[in-house]
Design a protein. Structure first.
Length: 415
């Protein structure tokens, strides 16, 4: 941070035992969070809520009197988890946000990044639990960032007071698209075959979602209704693949809960009425998702079992992922007319072990909800299949070097 004077002095603002909630992902108010972490050792012990972390603000070296909490382990939050400093609440993202609205979770202090245009304020890059947390908070501190885009749907409510305003000292966090690799592109080629013209897409961040979106430039009349959008969406819109014309609701509008990308994306969404950053109750609501035509949910996983059970949360008993919106969108896509729920993942982990396993250690999406599993080796269509047929189809999309071992594990199981 430039200069020696901190942008805010938290002494006297943070009280013993406070629960501090800050904006997540690219909506993190970095000027405020950096100042808070720099001063934390001189403050009373407090708890801090983080979501996905894409900055370098929070580390294992943070003051020991700060305890961290999250609904998953995403991005640089893994540093805290690895150090044993992150308490994970296993919750669907929609339910986690709803708990703040219902006051089951209560924030004492809220730190938020806002955009301002013509005296109007916008939550900008994320319309999540922070606004509901702010409604019941003792203290709301807003970082006004001139480089944050003003987005529609995320207007800051007039009945939620802002007690302290601070000028941002740096632009919003960016998350560039990762380079595509051969495995991701092979997965994308299979997944794209399941996505028809006129489909509405939901997806996450990372190589596989970006690879799938990149493979759809030939498609027509696609729509977007997602928990997040990335730079890849701008490509599809500019190429004419996304028109949002056949969604059944929100015609002509790209709907998202979060904006996660680079300045290119931020410039695109700024005061763009064709993009709506809406609350989780809308973006993840089952009643809303069921009304969307041909909703295709694209999510990833750490493991998939031979019965189709999906694990996106833990490996070897250690939390390294999240439930997030996966189950919300899987069930929403299953309820959507013509919808598909795709779980896409590499067949092999970085250490060479199979990600197709006999049994998953944690069930994120139950086998009863699964539709199609995609790896670089093909597609396993599981909806309506019995357990024996599911296992055969899953083994067929495992890496060849692991298929014999999986077949051996299958012997003796019910067929």
């Amino acid at each position: 941070m430039p200069g020696d004077t901190p942008p805010i002095n938290f002494s006297g603002l943070i009280r013993e035992g406070d629960f501090v909630v800050c904006g997540q992902a690219t909506a993190e108010p970095v000027t405020l969070t950096e100042a808070l972490m720099a001063q934390a050792g001189d403050l009373p012990a407090f708890r801090m809520m983080v979501g996905p972390v894409f900055s370098d603000t929070f580390s294992a070296a943070c003051a020991p009197n700060v305890s961290f909490r999250s609904y998953g382990v995403i991005g640089n939050a893994r540093r805290l988890a690895k150090a044993g400093r992150l308490d994970v609440t296993p919750s669907n993202y929609s339910a986690f946000c709803a708990d703040f609205a219902a006051r089951r979770h209560h924030a004492d202090v809220v730190l938020v990044q806002l955009a301002e245009t013509g005296g109007r304020l916008s939550a900008s890059l994320s319309n999540d639990y922070v606004i509901d947390a702010a409604r019941g908070a003792r203290l709301v501190i807003a970082e006004i960032n001139p480089d944050a885009p003003f987005t529609f749907g995320s207007e800051w409510p007039g009945d939620v007071p802002i007690h302290i305003r601070v000028a941002a000292r740096r632009p919003p966090v960016e998350l560039p698209s990762p380079p595509l690799d051969d495995v991701s592109q092979r997965i994308a080629a299979h997944a794209a075959s399941l996505i028809a013209d006129g489909s509405t897409l939901q997806f996450g961040v990372g190589r596989i979602p970006d690879a799938i979106l990149s493979s759809l430039s030939h498609a027509r009349h696609l729509g977007i209704h997602s928990g997040l959008i990335s730079d890849a969406v701008v490509d599809l819109i500019e190429r004419g693949a996304v028109t949002n014309a056949e969604k059944g609701i929100d015609a002509g509008i790209t709907v998202t809960n979060q904006v996660i990308g680079t300045r290119r994306l931020y410039r695109f969404v700024h005061e763009n009425k064709a993009v709506a950053v809406r609350p989780t109750s809308y973006t993840h609501g089952q009643g809303v998702l069921a009304r969307i035509n041909r909703l295709v949910a694209i999510n990833s996983a750490l493991q998939v079992g031979l019965d189709g059970s999906v694990n996106s949360e833990t490996l070897n008993g250690i939390a390294i992922g999240a439930i997030g919106g996966q189950l919300d969108f899987v069930r929403g896509a299953n309820a959507s007319p013509g919808g598909r729920a795709i779980i896409a993942l590499p067949a092999t982990a970085s250490d060479g072990t199979s990600r197709i396993v006999a049994h998953v250690e944690t069930v994120t999406t139950p086998r009863a909800d699964v539709d199609a599993i995609v790896t670089e080796w093909g597609i396993a269509e599981l909806r309506g299949c019995g357990l024996a047929e599911r296992a055969r189809r899953m083994i067929a999309i495992a890496a060849p070097e692991h298929r014999d071992a999986l077949s051996e594990q299958l012997r003796g199981r019910p067929r």
